[in-house]
Design a protein around this ligand. Sequence first.
Ligand SMILES: NC(=O)CC[C@H](N)C(=O)O
Length: 275
Amino acid sequence: MAQINVGVLALQGAFSEHIMLLRHAFAMLQAERDDSSWIATEVRTPEQLNACDALIIPGGESTAIALVASRCEMLEPLRSFVKIERRPTWGTCAGLILLAEAANRTKKGGQDLIGGIDVRVNRNYYGRQVESFEADIDLPFLKTGQPGSETRPFRGVFIRAPVVEKILPQVSGIQTAEQEHPETIVAPSKAPRDSFSASKLSAPVEVMATLPGRTNVNDLPQRVKEESDGDIIAVRQANVFGTSFHPELTVDPRIHIWWLREVKDAVAENRSHRI
Ligand SMILES: NC(=O)CC[C@H](N)C(=O)O
């Protein structure tokens, strides 16, 4: 029985809520005769991170998470986990901001990012805390036809939520996003890009979900419209997945279950390469 250790970055934010929902999701998977032995761990040190097969970066405050990560010397290990070792990683809200290659509306002086998804996010796109909202969202990727998959909408909780405002040209190692978009704050990526495998490098950014434009929200900044309709609220690129909203603040484990199935496949593939 293979053990799969799912870490939750526990420096700030809604990490306990993720752990609770993960345990619920583990129980649901086991009820479907999933034979993995799942464990969920809070991650605060490079050693704890290294023991994880996959990682969730929770919602919270991306500047605070980045600051604490930098002080705990976790930023480089996190970049390596996501971009060199390419272990499955999911960021929710602040977590999505940290996993983007670029962010705007950042604090003065910018902020550190981990990177991993070639997108630019617009922080606090929907406004301040008081403009937070909930909305039923359609998540096509949940409609897998597998047991438990159903079509009812997911209740999205958006708290000072970001959107993906731009899909960036893929970082090729020749031209960086920073050169391409000098106006944005880009995580200085010290990770050697050329260690990516060719197939991972060419993995495109997939738009996984959108939310119809919220025309009743005042003071929306001018945004760069992607081709898809609505605001991009979930994206995936290779091993990295991000959502603008907080599934961890609901009791609905469907996204966690979907992601754990992806993790299981990725872990099996990696372990078979190591044999
Ligand atoms: N709920 C959240 O995670 C908010 C994210 C917040 N806007 C940030 O920049 O970190």
